[in-house]
Design a binder for this molecule. Structure first.
Ligand code: UDX
Length: 449
């Protein structure tokens, strides 16, 4: 099938590449000429495992192309995906200007019927706005081509986007037309493994499904962080509690890892946007507001622990920081807990020696060069002459810690672990003072032998 994507951001690029890879003919339109030129050269603007070879191969075999020319893009596809950003407005609600601008572009250039799909995460009611904008432009052109607007939200996760896209749990399609549902069934047929992955519903329910899914996951995390904070004060171990509750299949093991708060481009933005949607219709979203408040507090937790440990005397201290990205396997630092921590440490007069396997360039881009930030070549180098180590992101190889190195690099070894990577008893054996999330504190080095 012939498909067009507007927006080669995260969602658009991954979904476009995978659709091309299963045999569809895909053209991606973006306003950013440099991005388009780079993609044609195989230079991918994001770090996402396995994506680059798929983009290169499908560009070379002609099934995937990139352009800034909206007109040719609109003419190419019977299906037009809108996959541009919906950044938060000042008040946290989703800004629809880019989505509506694409709707206008499609309506300006279309020469026949089109299926227009909202892939971006958009508030309930957006499909109606897209429809109205398209109809308006068609009327002003004096033409009346048939078109349908569909909501087809994306559920991929950064870091495993290619795998998620290839093997989706479900494909949610919001449409009021059986014919359109059949076209999408054909488009997504390669992804139906043992059973039909398509869940067809009305448009508003599909739009709400996306927010409900992300808000549910964010709720699980904030809930767990709250229980962790209680566990800490009650002398319990959140890791034992996690296993104890996760074994109940109604609860499950996923998304109940306590930590230093959720970040990324989706959870913070989508929780806020749904709160704004609820506010706008006069409904008080108590759970969602608490989810956000707990997360905000959790992102400040590492700093609070550090400050308590050093009795508020942080001026001139240096901290090794492992992990800048908001989670492993991405270079994305949007809403990352590392940012809240670094900014608090700097404000308190401390210095940071940071290491991250992928996000160093992004960190440099965000903060530029500053005397209180050193980006180190390796995790080990970051430990040189520091007062403590702080772990913010659970990159796999941080789990294999060289405890002797920790002992050698700090006169009184201290670790603040925002991801519970280590066994507290092991830390004690190595004489390390170990702070983690939701486990009784402080676990002072050599306090028990
Ligand atoms: C999320 C959704 O998972 C995905 O379905 C949606 O399409 C986009 O938003 P993503 O933002 O890529 O994906 O990351 P995810 O893996 O969900 O993690 C989000 C945040 O939650 C991270 O900061 C992570 O560290 C945190 N998290 C996750 C926890 O703190 N505990 C957990 O148990 C799980």
């Amino acid at each position: 099938m012939k498909v067009t994507f507007f927006g080669v951001g995260y969602v658009g690029l991954v979904q476009a590449a995978i659709l091309a890879d299963v045999g569809h003919h895909v053209v991606c339109v973006d306003v950013d000429q440099e991005k388009v030129d780079n993609l044609k050269k195989g230079i991918i603007p994001i770090y996402e495992p396995d994506l680059t070879p798929i983009v290169i191969e499908n560009y070379q075999n002609g099934r995937l192309n990139f352009t800034t020319d909206a007109k040719s893009g609109v003419n190419h596809g019977e299906i037009q995906f809108i996959a541009v950003g919906t950044p938060p407005d000042e008040d946290g609600s989703a800004d629809l200007q880019y989505v509506l601008a694409v709707a206008e572009m499609i309506a300006t250039h279309m020469q026949g019927p089109k299926i227009i799909i909202d892939k971006s995460t958009v508030p309930v009611g957006t499909a109606d706005k897209v429809s109205a904008r398209v109809a308006e432009v068609l009327t002003s052109r004096g033409v009346s081509y048939a078109f349908n607007v569909v909501s087809n939200p994306e559920f991929l996760k950064e870091g495993s986007a290619v795998a998620d896209c290839r093997r989706p749990d479900r494909i949610v399609v919001g449409t009021d037309s059986d014919t359109v549902a059949d076209v999408l069934r054909e488009l997504y047929a390669p992804f139906n493994r043992n059973h039909d992955r398509l869940i067809v519903m009305d448009i508003r329910s599909a739009e709400l499904t996306k927010y409900a899914a992300n808000c549910m996951l964010a709720t699980k995390i904030s809930f767990m962080n709250e229980i962790a904070n209680l566990a800490e004060r009650l002398g319990a171990d959140i890791e034992a509690v996690r296993l104890g509750i996760g074994s109940d299949s109604r609860i499950g093991y996923q998304f109940i890892y306590p930590g230093c708060g959720y970040g990324g481009s989706c959870f913070p933005k989508d929780v806020q946007a749904l709160i704004r949607t609820a506010d706008a219709i006069g409904y008080q979203p108590e759970v969602l507001k608490s989810v956000e408040a707990v997360n905000y507090r959790q992102k400040e937790k590492l700093f609070a622990m550090i400050s308590d440990h050093f009795s508020g005397e942080l001026v001139g201290k240096t901290f090794a920081l492992w992990g800048l990205s908001f989670k492993p396997n991405t270079d994305d630092m949007r809403e990352a807990p590392s940012r809240v921590l670094m900014e608090s440490l700097w404000a308190a007069g401390a210095k940071v020696q940071a290491y991250d396997p992928e996000a160093m360039q992004e960190c440099q881009r965000i903060y530029g060069s500053r005397s209180d930030l050193a980006l180190m070549e390796t995790a080990e180098a970051a430990l040189c002459d520091v007062d403590a180590l702080v772990i913010v992101t659970e990159w796999q190889h941080f789990r294999a810690m060289d405890f002797d190195l920790i002992g050698d690099s700090m006169s009184e070894p201290v670790i603040f672990d925002g991801r519970n990577l280590y066994e507290p008893s092991r830390m004690r054996k190595h004489g390390i003072t170990y702070y983690s999330i939701g486990r009784s504190m402080p676990l002072t080095g050599n306090s028990e032998t």
